[in-house]
Design a binder for this molecule. Structure first.
Ligand SMILES: NC(=O)C[C@H](N)C(=O)O
Length: 353
């Protein structure tokens, strides 16, 4: 097992693999820049998992098994792929020889799939998401180093849920978002990383706080495809887009509001209509930091929540959508969906030492 030691003055959460046989890390590959090849004037995901893993200097203590889920740039990932991934993770955790799971994923929507996995993570063994900003074949690609760090992390930690390992840093899935379009250090969490990987050493200085996971969904998608749309508020925004989403059959809508979660009285009316029809509406903000807060009336968060929107805490838009999806996957009953969404978004209080 790779070395793990505490960093800094905070008490170490010395990771242990309790009761788990020393075993292997399964790498589930889904595509992304880490699996990209030149295509036309740019790049596109094309490399199978074995090629992604072959580029990595695998740490000697780690045994790797590769499982190809799909080869897609992550803007093309759908709910069906995400549910297949959840199912695959669930099946792998039924195996005693699996010590941890690494998922390689495009960075654009990684935060969505990672939170969805975290909301369904019931096992002490970790799931670690990683990817790349520079494709293989370019000068100094970052994928192999990121994957190596993810393998080391997956074999060194436990009881921490789903993580994102990127640019040498370890983040909890929850509240971690892509924060730069091009930089190699592409992800950020409001409280900073919970750890880092230096050389072959995994350093954890904090333990993520997670709400209790949601019920395991049924692995068959409902006959009516799940649709969760996103509508953004801005100066002069028209709630017609929210109504159109409902007319198109959205069972969930994420309202990306301004400030601490504010829109207009017309939006509050549209939210009331949507929730009255059993649509799950979540309220987040387009501001990068801070929680949604019920401070303002006149179409602000006070009115939107009174109209039935569920405030998404500190989750940003993409992760709020993942939380809505998790609630929809769990049950058909609107009241229960809202209750589960409250649970999924509650207390993103970031970290406990
Ligand atoms: N860096 C990346 O992975 C971006 C890529 N296009 C994606 O699949 O999200």
């Amino acid at each position: 097992m790779p070395r793990t030691r505490p960093a800094g003055p905070a008490p170490a959460t010395a990771p242990q693999n309790q009761g788990i046989l020393m075993g292997r890390i399964v790498v589930i590959t889904t595509g992304g820049t880490i699996a990209a090849r030149p295509r036309g004037h740019g790049h596109a995901s094309a490399a199978p998992g074995r090629e992604v893993v072959a580029a990595v200097d695998i740490p000697p203590a780690v045994q790797v098994e590769v499982l190809d889920l799909c080869v897609l740039d992550s803007p093309l990932i759908t709910t069906a792929h995400q549910v297949r991934l959840l199912h695959t993770i669930h099946d792998l955790f039924a195996r005693r020889d699996v010590e941890g799971i690494v998922v390689t994923h495009g960075t654009d929507t990684l935060e969505e799939t990672a939170l969805l996995a975290d909301l369904h993570h019931h096992d002490r063994r970790p799931v670690v998401f990683t990817g790349a900003q520079r494709p293989p074949g370019e000068e100094r690609p970052d994928g192999p180093g990121n994957l190596r760090d993810a393998l080391l992390t997956a074999s060194a930690v436990s009881g921490v849920g789903t993580l994102v390992v990127f640019g040498g840093k370890i983040y909890p899935a929850r509240d971690t978002v892509k924060s730069h379009t091009l930089a190699l250090d592409a992800f950020a969490h409001p409280a900073g990383p919970v750890g880092e990987v230096r050389a072959d050493t995994v350093l954890l200085h904090a333990r993520p706080v997670r709400p209790s996971p949601l019920p395991t969904p049924s692995w068959t998608l409902p006959r009516r495809p799940l649709r969760v749309d996103m509508v953004m508020h801005h100066c002069d925004a028209d709630p017609a887009l929210l109504r159109a989403a409902v007319e198109e059959g959205a069972q969930g809508v994420v309202l990306v509001a301004t400030g601490a979660g504010n829109a207009t009285p017309r939006f509050a009316e549209a939210v009331a209509e949507a929730t009255g029809r059993g649509v799950l509406v979540a309220l987040t903000t387009r501001v990068p930091g801070g929680p949604v807060a019920e401070l303002y009336t006149n179409g602000g968060a006070v009115d939107l929540v009174r109209s039935g929107a569920v405030p998404a805490g500190t989750l940003r838009a993409g992760q709020t959508r993942a939380a809505v999806l998790a609630a929809l996957l769990a049950t058909d009953e609107p009241g229960e969906r809202a209750r589960l969404l409250h649970r999924a978004t509650a207390s993103s209080a970031p970290l406990a030492a």
